[in-house]
Design a protein around this ligand. Structure first.
Ligand code: ATP
Length: 322
């Protein structure tokens, strides 16, 4: 069956560059003779038939904007068979024969469920955590890295002026990629990630003491969200060292902002590729990038993959940030 009308949605946590991906999907689809609908608020929009037909100008002036013009949501209703059937029925009624979903692994599970029920779906990884195993860089990751780096550079100015210690939590519930890379870029003395068990005395106090001997007077400790506890860590550092220590949780600023060049280009490539896959009659695929090549994987096998933590990079950080 040839595809004539498709839909695009953004789901899960928003990520800078989602707009650029939506734009690429819409423009590629229309330029290849398809009709395309923009679905609002993720799977909720499919369930409640909240969608609008897009034209080439519907996606004007969004490539540089963070967030998502289609809005995003987590949809508990979509987990039920009834919710999924409503989504399918609404797509059938509108003649939609393919859906591009932009989000994280939860979003891809939803895409898999829809494909299994007869509605072909393609996933595009949009998440700042970079926690999609088959993909070296997800949309939004590069922007989040740069946002964190800029914020921590600012904290460093003030920590340095006051000879203070700064403990900073960055996003990453299960993955420390953001923390590791930002930690390297900001010269953090300690980088605490969920992938590596940490010992307060060895990994924080020991490193501070070793570095203090060389007359360093201000320290940045980066902690991934999945480890958490930055308030306690800052309090304990202050107790042990007697030096004023402040905790900062960067929070949702990490999700926002204008996407970097890298995220805009990546999102454009991935959006274009997703539509090509649907036109080739493919479904249940997730678009990825590996060694600068845009590829795609079966969603089921992509979800089963494990992304190894880069221990070499971690060891390198340990060596040079002291
Ligand atoms: P992020 O990485 O930003 O958290 P995500 O896509 O993983 O993004 P989730 O909240 O896990 O975010 O999933 C988004 C939506 O996908 C959910 O609200 C739900 O509608 C759907 N979804 C998640 N898991 C499943 C599942 N196992 N089966 C069907 N649909 C799912």
């Amino acid at each position: 069956m040839s595809v004539k009308r498709i839909a695009v949605l953004t789901s899960g946590g928003d990520a800078p560059g989602m707009n650029a991906a939506v734009r690429a999907v819409v423009r590629t689809a229309i330029n290849r003779g398809l009709e395309v609908y923009g679905v609002y608020r993720g799977y909720n929009g499919l369930i409640h038939d909240d969608m609008v037909e897009m034209n080439l100008r519907s996606v004007s002036d969004i490539i540089h904007r963070g967030g998502t013009m289609l809005y995003t949501a987590r949809s508990p209703e979509f987990h039920s068979e009834e919710g999924m059937q409503k989504a399918i029925a609404n797509c059938r009624a509108r003649g939609i024969d393919g859906v591009v979903v932009i989000g994280g692994d939860g979003t891809f599970r939803g895409a898999q469920d829809l494909t299994r029920r007869g509605l072909p779906c393609i996933g595009i990884p949009g998440t700042i955590d970079n926690d999609i195993s088959c993909c070296e860089h997800t949309i939004g990751y590069d922007t989040a890295l740069n946002t964190c780096m800029e914020m921590i550079d600012k904290l460093r100015d003030t920590a340095q002026s006051h000879d203070r210690y700064s403990v900073v939590e960055v996003m990453g519930r299960h993955a420390g990629y953001l923390a590791l890379n930002v930690g390297i870029a900001c010269g953090a003395t300690s980088i605490i990630v969920p992938e590596i068990e940490f010992d307060f005395d060895r990994d924080i106090i020991g490193r501070i003491e070793a570095t203090a001997k060389t007359h360093k007077k201000h320290f940045i400790i980066i902690v991934a969200e999945g480890v958490g506890g930055v308030l306690d860590i800052a309090r304990d550092i202050e107790k042990r060292t007697g030096i004023e220590s402040r905790a900062t949780i960067l929070g949702h600023v990490q999700r926002g902002g204008s996407p970097t060049l890298r995220d805009r280009v990546l999102a454009s490539q991935m959006g274009n590729h997703a539509v090509r896959l649907l036109l080739e009659g493919k479904s249940n695929r997730v678009v990825t990038i590996q060694s600068d090549r845009i590829l795609d994987y079966d969603i089921e096998s992509a979800l089963a993959m494990k992304k190894p933590f880069d221990r070499d990079l971690y060891e390198m950080a340990q060596e040079i940030s002291i």
